[in-house]
Design a protein around this ligand. Structure first.
Ligand code: FES
Length: 644
């Protein structure tokens, strides 16, 4: 008689196993992803499978009612105490007696796939660094003297083939009472990163049935955003953001570096400010989600190099001057207590992604992890626009990176009526090419300014608004290719008014305020967009490419910018408009991937080492490209897609 055949769905993995093999053992043998926290003791219920007798014509199998062994005492006790859903069996208890088809539901898969909502380049495979293990530890014995930690490690090795774990003093203090309270049965949370030792993070008497959570934090110079993720399902439970309190030391990064240079101890103040904010955010997000901060066992942080140093408590002065040396570009694996984070598990761990270069930070590395340019067949240009533009260009042949000093104009700074993207800001503009009359949309109001229902109090214009305004002015013939505003007679519009020796275009006027686009505003945007374009062109030159296949706009700003307007201004190289996409907060997504999958950490560390870094400041061609990119869209480079 042949051994029974078992087929696991949805993977389709199959094989013959000796009659009487427990389902969990069969799954292990066939490489099927079936979870277990209690190690087969019939108490965690993580190993559940669905069993449905009947015929499976596609598989050519008929499954008998008694293909699995009847409930044993352990399974019966579990059902009595907790209740098993109909058709469900505990994989560690049920034994295979005849040919059988078993379905592994998503909640029983360790490495379940989490489908990303945004640009689904790839799914996240669950493989978090911190996991729970239930263990039975030998009681101490006069005849065989050994410590409780040593016996715990023996048990982990025998029952889970992991460890030995290192235990911080704080947990060592709790180990003995917890072991005794649980009758030498305990659940431990173990952090096992892609490298380094396994570490004990927490322990509970008996079976711990609460969840484990982690934070994916995007630490920006203006805002700090965090997602609280379930480390078992991968779901985002809660998201929150706060302003970076370092703003009071300087709006942009370089002014914070200078604050540190001018004020002894300035870096210490800024470090305390950002750590305090992160700690408050961690506490707030756990409270909103109704989760015990102790269950938050990990955080992954992505940030630019200056924030990276300030968070670590390293004076960033070296990043303010050539050759922009980082204290370290490597990834960091730290205890959260080292960064004064008190509102998560006290033994919790922090992972900082590696930086790419002195100007290209861990945030860009996170974008590279999320967008995976090195896995694309098409040559892809990724721009993350902020005070600095971080630019990646690559495909399977390799990835290049640089950062370009765009300045804060794209964020509405240095613009006469500029402001941050907030309610009251003009965010989109259209100008009638014949009448030269503008209409616009304001953040906080859905109607356009010429539509009924428009009732916004207008306070200024934000980055996407000024970009659209300039591009529309160019398309309406108000601006010439060099960026000069024509006179009222030349343009044929009464919306122009002299301002000094130049002209300004009136976008909006009421009793409270007048919002104009001045020649100075145009100059500021020209400088910013030339820097962006020149950076991209420099990477294309180095790669030997005169065009790219795809452009990805990353970051919050990227989500609001219109591809057409960006291209009319010549912010990005010529490419079919439908090949320009927005990746949303790609850095935040990268942080989430690294949080949920430890192999992704090894992957990005390797990728970053392989990225070819270009330093724009020392490349003479950068200056040439910069000058040529001043015109709109460009002095020499053709933009055939715009003519379509
Ligand atoms: Fe825990 Fe089966 S493995 S109940």
């Amino acid at each position: 008689e042949k051994d029974p055949l078992v087929v696991f769905m949805p993977s389709g993995k199959r094989g013959r196993v000796p009659k009487g093999t427990p389902v969990l053992s069969a799954a292990r043998r066939l490489g099927v992803d079936l979870d277990s926290v209690c190690g087969g003791r019939g108490i965690c219920s993580k190993c559940q499978v669905s069993f449905g007798p009947g015929s499976y014509p596609k598989l050519g199998l008929t499954v008998a009612e008694d293909a699995l062994s009847p409930w044993n005492a352990v399974e019966a006790r579990y059902d009595e105490k907790r209740g098993l859903k109909p058709g469900r069996r505990l994989g560690c208890q049920a034994e295979i007696l005849a040919d059988v088809v078993l379905d592994v539901p998503p909640e029983s898969q360790v490495h379940r796939q989490v489908v990303r909502k945004a640009a689904t380049l790839r799914d996240i495979r669950m493989d978090p660094a911190t996991r729970l293990y239930f263990v039975e530890v030998d009681a101490p014995d006069m005849h065989e003297p050994s410590g409780d930690l040593e016996r715990l490690n023996r048990a982990l090795a025998a029952q889970w083939q992991i460890g030995p774990v290192e235990a911080p003093l704080s947990l060592l203090r709790r180990l003995q009472p917890v072991l005794r309270k649980g009758g030498f049965q305990i659940t431990v949370a173990v952090h096992h990163a892609h490298r380094g030792p396994a570490r004990l993070i927490d322990l509970w008497p008996g079976l711990y049935e609460g969840g484990l959570y982690g934070l994916a934090i995007d630490l920006g110079s203006t805002t700090v955003a965090a997602h609280l993720c379930d480390l078992v399902t991968g779901a985002v439970i809660e998201s929150a953001g706060i302003m970076n309190p370092q703003i009071r030391f300087g709006e942009d990064l370089m002014s914070r570096v200078s604050y540190s240079m001018m004020n002894p101890g300035g870096d210490v103040e800024m470090t305390a400010a950002v750590r305090g904010a992160m700690d408050a955010l961690a506490g707030e997000i756990a409270a909103t989600a109704g989760i015990d901060p102790r269950a938050v066992v990990e955080a992954v942080i992505v940030c630019n190099p200056v924030m990276h140093h300030l968070l670590l408590g390293i004076d960033p002065v070296e990043l303010g001057q050539a050759p922009f040396a980082l204290a370290t570009s490597g990834a960091m694996d730290l205890a959260c207590s080292e960064l004064d984070l008190t509102r998560m598990n006290p033994a919790g761990r922090l992972y900082l992604l590696p930086c790419i270069a002195g100007h290209v930070g861990a945030d860009a590395a996170a974008v590279a992890l999320s967008e995976a340019p090195g896995e694309q067949d098409e040559l892809t240009l990724i721009v993350d626009v902020g005070t600095n533009a971080e630019i990646l260009l690559g495909d399977r042949q390799g990835v290049l990176a640089c950062s370009s000093p765009t300045g804060p104009a794209f964020e509405g700074a240095q613009i006469s009526s500029g402001q941050r993207a907030a309610p009251g800001a003009i965010e989109a503009v259209r100008i009638d090419p014949v009448t030269k009359i503008p209409r616009f949309r304001v953040i906080g109001c859905d109607a356009w300014s010429d539509e009924p229902g428009f009732d916004a109090a207008i306070t200024g214009i934000c980055g996407s608004g000024i970009i659209e305004a300039l591009a529309e002015m160019r398309m309406a013939g108000i601006l010439d290719p060099s960026g000069l505003i024509g006179s009222a007679e030349q343009v044929g519009s009464d919306r122009l008014r002299p301002e000094g020796r130049t002209q300004a275009y009136v976008l909006h006027e009421d009793e409270d305020r007048t919002i104009t686009v001045t020649q100075g505003d145009i100059r500021a945007i020209q400088l910013a967009k030339s820097a962006l374009y020149a950076g991209a062109r420099l990477l294309m030159d180095t790669r030997g490419a005169d065009k790219v296949d795809r452009v990805v706009l990353a970051g919050a700003f990227g989500a609001h910018i219109s591809p057409l307007h960006a291209m009319v201004l010549g912010m990005i190289p010529d490419v079919p408009l439908d090949h320009v996409t927005s990746a949303g907060n790609a850095a935040g997504t990268g942080a989430r991937i690294a949080l949920l999958n430890r192999a992704a950490r090894a992957e990005i560390e390797a990728t970053v080492t392989g990225i070819h870094k270009i330093e724009t400041a020392i490349e003479p061609r950068f200056q040439e490209h910069f000058v040529a990119a001043n015109a709109m869209p460009h002095a020499v480079d053709p933009f055939p897609e715009l003519r379509k």
